[in-house]
Design a binder for this molecule. Structure first.
Ligand SMILES: [Zn+2]
Length: 169
């Protein structure tokens, strides 16, 4: 399970201690009144579908799911709209430029050794760029929705791509 890295109060620098605050165990400053309310991280993924009903996937170069195919996705920067996260992550991981469409799903992702995250999944259309894997991808490729790779990371297969295929893209 993910563990918080900060052990000191961001306001006064004193040690944080566990205390029962507003209904659950939380980290509270041992000196001032600061309470650390921990929240899930925010991440966004793009389902890029081209005019031939193929989906853009990247083969992950990093853990978790190293070597598996997944939708391009990543964490949202603090000042970034999730749609901008999607555009940036797809560009970084695959070289493809996209136009972001409707919100397809919002997944709560619990993964070992990572902070839990809300993952916003957007449908996208390619608008240009040249297919080329980024530094955290081994490969980037287009797959027919009816011929997806077996090795799909995260909940990408059952939760997103199979459902998308069933609804007809
Ligand atoms: Zn403090």
């Amino acid at each position: 399970m993910w563990h918080r890295l900060s052990h000191h109060c961001p306001l006064c620098g004193a040690l944080l201690v566990r205390a029962h605050v507003e209904g659950r165990d939380r980290a509270r400053c041992s000196s001032c009144t600061f309470v650390l309310f921990e929240n899930p991280a925010s991440a966004a993924a793009g389902v890029v579908i081209d005019e031939r009903r193929r989906v853009l996937l990247v083969r992950r170069a990093i853990e978790p799911f190293r070597g598996s195919w997944a939708l391009p996705a990543g964490y949202q920067e603090i000042d970034e709209d999730p749609r901008a996260t999607v555009v940036r992550e797809i560009r970084e991981e695959s070289g493809i430029e996209v136009e972001v469409g409707e919100l397809f799903d919002l997944l709560f992702v619990l993964a070992e050794a990572r902070k839990p995250a809300n993952l916003a999944v957007y449908l996208c259309r390619p608008r240009g760029g040249i297919l080329k894997p980024g530094h955290d991808a081994l490969e980037a490729a287009w797959f027919d929705l009816t011929r997806l790779p077996e090795d799909l990371g995260f909940d990408n297969g059952p939760r997103i791509l199979h459902r998308l295929r069933e609804r007809g893209g």
